[in-house]
Design a protein around this ligand. Structure first.
Ligand code: HEC
Length: 162
């Protein structure tokens, strides 16, 4: 026993009790972090080097994994065919652009697609790079989008494509 510590213990206990009492009076804060701040944070950590070491046994396995990622994380908002404007979007007031239009701004810009998926957007696109999916899953879904879904939709009969 160290005599000097005796007087200290009740003081700590009182301080602790007060902290608990104050915390109990405050309203619980369940707000998600600010979207713009999350996007800025993701932009800072984004680097194409994140994707450098990703290797696949074959492009069909990469596409298969990409299809699973797309169905799980993207389809609600972007639609089974990547055209956006789903009922899910309408209910949430989201304006989701087509990813499969022939003249899409990222048609030749795979790196920009990875960047957009990683950082997200203030208009409702999630910031997948901060809390979401791994670079490997992003690589797979981007491959699926660029090399499977877009060509498939483009090859659909006239009037149905994009
Ligand atoms: C909660 C709804 C939502 C989900 C889920 C979602 N997105 Fe988006 N996405 C959006 C919205 C809204 C936009 C439009 C804002 C913007 O330009 O980023 C968008 C834009 C994009 C863009 C840029 C399109 C353009 O032409 O500017 C890409 C690429 C994209 N999403 C890919 C994906 C991928 C891949 C996934 C799954 C990993 C995904 N999104 C999941 C809502 C979503």
């Amino acid at each position: 026993m160290i005599p000097r510590a005796r007087g200290l213990r009740p003081a700590i206990a009182v301080a602790f009790a007060m902290t608990v009492a104050v915390a109990a009076c405050e309203k619980p804060q369940f707000e998600p972090p600010d979207r713009a701040a999350r996007i800025a944070a993701a932009d800072e950590i984004f680097s194409m080097a994140l994707f450098d070491s990703i290797a696949w046994p074959s492009d069909s396995i990469r596409a298969l994994e990409g299809n699973v990622v797309y169905s799980t994380y993207c389809r609600n908002c972007h639609g089974a065919l990547g055209r956006g404007e789903t009922d899910y979007d309408a209910r949430r007031g989201l304006e989701v652009p087509s990813l499969v239009a022939p003249a899409w701004q990222y048609a030749e810009a795979r790196d920009s697609v990875l960047h957009r998926v990683f950082v997200g957007h203030v208009q409702g696109m999630p910031t997948w790079g901060v809390a979401g999916i791994s670079p490997r899953e992003m690589d797979a879904v981007t491959h699926y989008l660029m090399d499977v879904l877009r060509p498939e939709v483009a090859a659909m009969p006239a009037g149905d494509g994009g």
